[in-house]
Design a protein around this ligand. Structure first.
Ligand code: C2E
Ligand code: CA
Ligand code: CA
Length: 593
């Protein structure tokens, strides 16, 4: 029996649809692992991934970008040797050693009698077992000897090949496989030598704006293409400067001090202009923004990491200003030292599902009845300055985290609603970026169905800036949702510049008047005028009106007199972790009536 004779290893098993990056993670976490077995749902092996072959594919030019998200079946060996563990050892050895082709295989898979995966083994184990049991093969000694020698020779060859592959991988590891630029390590090594030698130089840190959107909307191929385009453009202006990709959408350049701060500024301007120029992908014109930060050595830091941090902070200041170029300044960037950590705090909070939905009820002003709840994101354990949605929502939008944030809050809200009252209506704030994604409506409708809820229970609130900025996609996205029965509300009305007549073209059936006007209604005639005329106009256009930010009874009276349909505000109920309970409804009805 094979299983009794040879050493069997338990290689990990992976499904054939899993992305290659999962296999990559497994190999990285287990440096001695030679192979991963690909099996179907019933644990029947269908393929084998050999470490060296696999890593070699990934380390090739564009290999990682190409395969990272593809299913492992594309990189597996789909005809591995599969043997039953109960097969006779001698028979197996004879068969495999004399079949010529199979013996080259590194590993083979063992199954039980039902064909289910049991483990893997390799020719070395067979050789060892063979030597142990050579007595049984004495009659075949001569031929075994030759075969053994041949196999040994092959093993030697394999070791050589493996070494060559490792060397290749080390060489490749100084370069980013996608763009062929240097990666961080050689870049930092270069600036370290300058720092040590006391030679002045300037660092330019580049972070793309809107890259994640390109990736999300047009797919990874477009994302990769964009990164390669940016890399080529950076390289075409860099001259004697060295440039690198730090990972993701971050790039860096270092220019030796001979050309001074002016030289760095000039280089940054040229790079910015070129990076942000449009490019074409699959007949679509795409454009990517960029934020650049400059730091000079030795003025802005004594070590490579201090200098990189200074350039990074200047870059973040540029980003906050909507892109462009900034030079590090102790005054302006002094307290933004934590901006980076804030970003990683937020990323981490979303990843670990720390954000929660709060619910603020909206009432019908005529009847006092509860109409729905607006769902507002909260981050209970946020570090101090970030706690308010007004702070972390714009950061999430800027950094491309808003979609993840939305789905987290959405799922938690739906779970809560289903427990509390499956017929409950909820309104969600949807950001401009999400409307750009043509897959958004489909995903939303599918999620609603999965929760066993009805589209008519849902409302989507979008701001007019979303409409103006992303009109092309936003319009069709909203129409699709409206056609399925969702209510579409125009949020924050009054804070932008568009006229109601223009906005009426879209799929809105409700208009929310921004709280900045509502709150000032009682003591500012202009705000009152704006609210009243908005209600009048919306009414003519057949739109429902909702006033948010109702903080007192006097405002409620004014809104009632103006004919407003719906109201929301601290006077009626504050946003809360729980849904509005019917208990205080009487009080609300009294307030509304
Ligand atoms: P918004 O959509 O205008 O939401 C209404 C805001 O007004 C909420 O602020 C709410 O707490 C506040 N509010 C309600 N009644 C009153 C009142 O009587 N007086 C005053 N002073 N304020 C009142 P919040 O929760 O701080 O949210 C701020 C903004 O953050 C929201 O403004 C919305 O644009 C955004 N936001 C919140 N959650 C999400 C989310 O999950 N996704 C997206 N994309 N944006 C969100
Ligand atoms: Ca809103
Ligand atoms: Ca609003």
């Amino acid at each position: 029996m094979l299983c009794a004779a040879i050493e069997i290893e338990r290689a990990p098993v992976i499904g054939s649809d899993e992305p290659c990056k999962n296999a990559d993670d497994v190999f990285r976490s287990m440096p001695l692992l030679r192979c991963i077995v690909v099996a179907d749902d019933e644990l029947r092996p269908i393929g084998l991934i050999l470490r060296n072959d696999f890593l070699l594919q990934l380390s090739q030019r564009f290999g990682r970008a190409l395969y990272e998200n593809r299913p492992v079946r594309q990189l597996m060996n789909s005809s591995p040797i599969i043997v039953s563990e109960s097969e006779d050892f001698d028979a197996f050895v004879r068969r495999s050693l004399t079949s010529g082709q199979h013996e080259i295989q590194d590993c083979f898979i063992l199954t039980d009698e039902d064909g289910r995966y049991r483990g893997v083994s390799n020719n070395k184990a067979v050789m060892t077992a063979l030597l142990d049991t050579q007595g049984a093969l004495l009659s075949d000694l001569e031929s075994s000897k030759t075969l053994l020698m041949a196999a040994n020779e092959r093993l030697g060859l394999e070791v050589g090949e493996r070494r060559a592959a490792e060397e290749e991988a080390i060489k490749a590891s100084n370069h980013d496989p996608l763009t062929a630029l240097f990666n961080r390590a050689p870049f930092v090594a270069q600036i370290s030598t300058w720092v040590t030698a006391g030679e002045p130089f300037s660092l330019i840190f580049i972070d793309l704006d809107g890259f994640k959107t390109v990736n999300d909307v047009y797919g990874h191929m477009a994302g990769d293409y964009a990164l390669k385009t940016v890399a080529e453009r950076i390289q075409s202006v860099c001259g004697p400067a060295i440039c690198a990709r730090f990972g993701g959408d971050e790039f860096a350049m270092a220019i030796h001090g001979r050309s001074g701060p002016d030289g760095a500024a000039k280089l940054a301007r040229a790079a910015h202009e070129l990076i942000t120029a449009p490019f074409r992908f699959a007949r679509t014109e795409l454009r990517i923004g960029a934020s650049l930060g400059i730091a000079h050595s030795p003025a802005h830091g004594a070590t490579p990491s201090e200098l990189l941090q200074a350039a990074d902070m200047a870059m973040l200041r540029a980003k906050r200003g909507g892109g462009g170029i900034r030079v590090f300044s102790q005054d302006a960037d002094g307290d933004s030292r934590s901006a980076r950590t804030h970003l990683s705090d937020l990323t981490n909070a979303i990843r670990t599902r720390q954000l929660v939905p709060f619910f603020q009820p909206v009432f019908d002003l005529g009847s006092g009845q509860l109409v729905n709840h607006e769902v507002l994101a909260r981050w209970p354990d946020a570090p101090a300055p970030l706690g308010r949605p007004d702070n972390f929502i714009p950061m999430a939008e800027r950094e491309g985290l808003i979609d993840d944030l939305f789905w987290l809050v959405f799922a938690k809200a739906c779970h809560a609603a289903r427990k509390h009252d499956p017929a409950l209506a909820m309104a969600f704030n949807v950001s401009a970026r999400q409307l750009q994604n043509p897959k958004f409506p489909g995903r939303l409708l599918a999620a609603i169905e999965r929760f066993g809820m009805d589209p008519s229970q849902f409302e989507v609130e979008v701001t007019e800036t979303a409409m103006i900025a992303e009109e092309k996609y936003a319009d069709s996205t909203l129409r699709m949702l409206a056609a399925e029965g969702l209510t579409i509300a125009l949020d924050d009305f009054g804070t932008g510049f568009s006229s109601l007549a223009v906005l009426h073209r879209y799929a809105f059936s409700k208009l929310k008047i921004d709280h900045t006007f509502v709150r000032r209604m009682t003591d500012d005639a202009r705000s009152r005028d704006i609210v009243e005329s908005t209600i009048l106009m919306a009414d003519r256009l057949g739109l429902q009106t909702a006033a948010e930010g109702v903080e007192d009874a006097a405002t409620l009276d004014l809104l009632r007199a103006a004919g407003c349909d719906l109201v929301q505000g601290f006077h009626l109920a504050r946003p809360d972790a729980a849904f509005y309970q019917s208990r205080p409804l009487a009080a609300t009805q009294a307030a509304c009536a």
